[in-house]
Design a protein around this ligand. Structure first.
Ligand code: SF4
Length: 369
């Protein structure tokens, strides 16, 4: 297994591919701007210095594919208000707990004040919590792209099947392909010649789902895995496409991504969710048809309908550039607060909190360079 694993990090292979990329870019005639959609890819690129390795040839533009970074302030404030309801146990994925909402209150701070807020690593843990605490109201604050939304769909189905009456889901699941297209047609469009497509999301959506976007916007997409060699190979495939004047969806991550994706997971999504008319994203504003909501037939488990909490959100710190970082318009070191006021210990914006956030990646791997 180690031999197989090391193949994904083999320096010789990396060196050869870097040479090939440089040749392709030289023949193409100018540097290529590639947005890696996924925050997981941003961390691999910075941790392994791939941006430095390809400097002058490839400009990596960091994208919005970090589910914690793109949660709008009002949705975070909603989680905070829900957690204050008596007898509630609010559970959510860990990173979200540290993101400051309005007035710098985070779920973690609230927990320190005695409210029952629990991190979970899977949606089904919420079901366990509800069954173990029948006297409590358990709310699962569900976030994430297509990677996690099928798990939430299964949770809701199971709650119905088991007749669980003390569990609700507040759905914040968002759609990667919609935001990808939104960026391409945005007035403030970042410099993007091609995309490195998200690996995990694509295991669910399948690669075929990207074809209409690639065709409409004439922007190649290569779906990549998460090892350094995966990303280098994906960049090579992009550079080759650009030089040959092709524009296609290609899959580098063939060990996990198929053209049709995960059919069963997609069936679960269709069964449990509708697409919302509009949903707020941090930095991007309201994006039409960009998120899921729970269908009428499952509304007994819809926390947004049951608790009807209203929030009055404050303003985000005007110096925080998260909005621009998420859109690929700024890089974290351009933020005046980066590394001085805003650090992982004292995060001002979500991009410094999330393990997939671009600011955290720069703080960990570039701050002292
Ligand atoms: Fe926001 Fe901090 Fe990133 Fe600046 S460094 S953009 S304040 S998260």
């Amino acid at each position: 297994l180690n031999i197989l694993w090391n193949k994904f990090k083999d320096p010789e292979r990396v060196k050869n591919l870097v040479k090939l990329i440089k040749k392709e870019v030289e023949k193409y005639g100018k540097p290529i701007n590639i947005m890696e959609f996924c925050g997981g890819h941003t961390h691999v690129i910075l941790r392994n210095g791939l941006d430095e390795l390809l400097k002058g040839y490839i400009n990596f533009v960091h994208g919005p594919g970090c589910p914690v970074c793109v949660i709008a302030l009002e949705r975070l404030d909603l989680a905070i208000e829900l957690a204050k309801i008596p007898e509630v146990i609010l559970c959510t994925y860990g990173d979200l707990m540290r993101v400051p909402g309005s007035n710098r209150i985070s779920l973690l701070k609230l927990r320190a004040e005695g409210y029952e807020i629990k991190p979970v690593s899977s949606a089904l843990e919420a079901l366990k919590l509800a069954m173990e605490n029948p006297q409590k109201k358990v709310i699962f604050f569900a976030i994430g792209f297509e990677t996690t939304s099928p798990h939430t769909a299964v949770l809701i189905k199971q709650a119905k099947e088991l007749g669980v009456k003390n569990l609700w889901v507040v759905c914040n699941h968002i759609l990667a392909l919609v935001v990808l297209e939104y960026l391409l047609q945005s007035e403030e469009k970042p410099l993007i010649d091609a995309f490195i497509g998200p690996g995990h999301v694509s295991t669910i959506t399948g690669s075929r789902a990207y074809e209409p976007i690639v065709k409409k916007y004439q922007t190649p997409i290569v779906i990549s895995g998460f090892e350094p060699l995966d990303l280098i190979q994906a960049v090579y495939l992009i550079a080759k496409q650009m030089r040959e004047g092709r524009c296609e969806v290609e899959v580098q991550y063939t060990r996990s991504v198929t053209p049709e994706g995960n059919i069963k997971a997609k069936e679960f999504l269709k069964e449990v969710f509708n697409i919302r008319k509009s949903f707020p994203w941090r930095g991007l504003g309201e994006i039409p048809y960009s998120a899921y909501e729970i269908k009428e037939e499952y509304q007994k488990w819809d926390g947004e309908k049951f608790f009807k909490v209203s929030v009055n959100s404050g303003k985000e710190n005007p110096l925080c550039l998260c909005g621009k970082v998420i859109k690929g318009l700024s890089k974290p070191p351009e933020c005046r607060l980066f590394g001085k006021v805003c650090t992982p210990q004292n995060p001002i914006g979500p991009c410094m909190v999330s393990s997939e956030g671009a600011c955290l990646a720069y703080f960990k791997y570039r701050k002292n360079l």
